[in-house]
Design a protein around this ligand. Structure first.
Ligand SMILES: [Zn+2]
Length: 58
């Protein structure tokens, strides 16, 4: 095995390069992961909670 170059990935939130061994991947930092998570859950979570409520009606 040869490690010629360190593996880098691009943060999905800010597009900054970071070491792929970071635990925060695919984000460069926890902050960026939260930003993305909030964008995501902001809509999705609300919808799913509503759907579950309506499901009980059946
Ligand atoms: Zn980032």
């Amino acid at each position: 095995m040869t490690v010629s170059k360190s593996k880098k990935a691009k943060c999905l939130t800010c597009n900054k390069e970071f070491d792929i061994t970071l635990k925060t991947k695919p984000f460069c930092s926890k902050r960026c992961s939260y930003v993305d998570l909030n964008n995501w859950l902001g809509e999705k979570y609300a919808i799913e909670v509503n759907e579950n409520d309506y499901d009980k009606d059946i």
